[in-house]
Design a protein around this ligand. Structure first.
Ligand code: NAD
Length: 307
């Protein structure tokens, strides 16, 4: 099997001073990429800053792996565009963007302050937006781009105490799905990942025997695969942890078509047909696209008229 090389590729990894981002940055550098190691170096809740976090990883890449890397200490949400500028100024392009930086402000919704909600949305969602917005014109022009947005199982399924975080994380999925559609003709592939890994985010919430299995090095292979220039996968969500890699998709129930005659559009009609509306057994119309993109949409309307 030939090695997936990243030689001549310029990669930006946000939040790469620790946890998952550090592993990605090192893996890309080991495979020949020039890497911008961004990290604000703040606390888990997003307060403070420290240049050391990014510097340590850059030193490790240069000294231990003889790789190419430069540090950036900007906050993704305040100066995200500067991080892309660091890539352009130092390496002349931006090919691969890993939106990974993140913080937590976990608290039950009843007690969550507007600030606790806003700052988490800001770092995860607006941070990813700022970098992507700055990178997009370069990717479009060079007809190559690979973007990974870091979602979370908490975003896909919800999690107690994380209304802010799950809103931001599922927001990133919608963001990715639209960019995947807009970027495809320019060879810009955009995917979301929902990882579970050992890091300071999880070390106090999961038991040690589980944490042992969740090495962040088990997440990196899929991220590298998805961002290689030979990979055309886009518009997808992947869930991964402890060596498991799987794809997530939306699923529509078979649903119920109502007679277009207005008199049937009543709550009582819904009540009557609730089990059919929510039935996932019949796979006939179990498509994941928007209904107006279904090739059998005409078939659906014909059926409706017959009811
Ligand atoms: P981590 O705390 O080790 O890494 C996050 C990094 O982002 C930190 O080094 C931090 O300094 C940096 N950062 C925070 N705010 C920043 C900002 N404004 N600008 C630049 N850098 C900033 O945690 P991790 O587990 O490695 O998390 C990486 C990503 O994966 C996050 O987006 C997180 O939400 C996501 N995630 C992690 C898990 C998990 O199980 N660890 C699960 C789901 C999602």
């Amino acid at each position: 099997m030939s090695e997936l090389s990243f030689k001549n590729k310029v990669v930006v990894v946000t939040g790469a001073g620790g946890g998952l981002g550090r592993v990605y940055a090192i893996e890309y550098a080991k495979r020949g990429a020039s890497v911008v190691v961004n990290d604000l170096g703040g606390s888990l809740s997003g307060s403070g800053s420290n240049a050391r976090a990014a510097d340590v990883v850059v030193d490790e890449i240069k000294n231990k792996f003889n790789g190419i890397a430069v540090a950036n200490y900007d906050s993704v949400s305040d100066n995200g565009e500067n991080i892309i500028k660091t890539a352009i100024d130092n390496f002349g392009s931006i090919d691969i963007l890993i939106n990974n930086a993140g913080i937590l402000r976990d608290v039950s919704f009843a007690k969550m302050s507007p600030k606790e909600f806003g700052i988490v949305i800001d770092v995860h969602l607006n941070g990813a937006y700022k970098l992507t917005k700055a990178a997009w014109p370069y990717m479009k022009k060079q007809k190559f781009g690979r973007i990974i947005n870091t979602a979370s199982p908490a975003g896909l399924f919800g999690n107690f105490g994380q209304a802010n975080y799950s809103a931001a994380k599922l927001g990133l999925v919608g963001f990715s799905e639209t960019l995947a559609k807009e970027g495809y003709k320019y060879n810009i592939m955009v995917n979301s990942i929902a990882p579970l890994a050992r890091s300071r985010m999880t070390e106090n919430v999961l038991p040690p025997h589980i944490l042992k299995q969740l090495g962040p090095e088990k997440i990196a292979p899929l991220v590298l695969y998805l961002t290689h220039d030979s990979t055309k996968v886009t518009n997808s969500i992947f869930e991964l942890a402890a060596g498991f890699y799987g794809r997530i998709r939306w699923e529509r129930s078979s649903g119920q078509i109502f007679n277009p005659n207005e008199k049937y559009f009543t709550p009582e009609a819904i009540l009557n047909k609730w089990s059919q509306i929510t039935d996932f057994q019949d796979k006939t119309f179990n498509k994941t696209q928007h209904p107006y993109q279904l090739s059998d949409y005409n078939d659906l309307t014909t059926k409706a008229k017959r009811l």
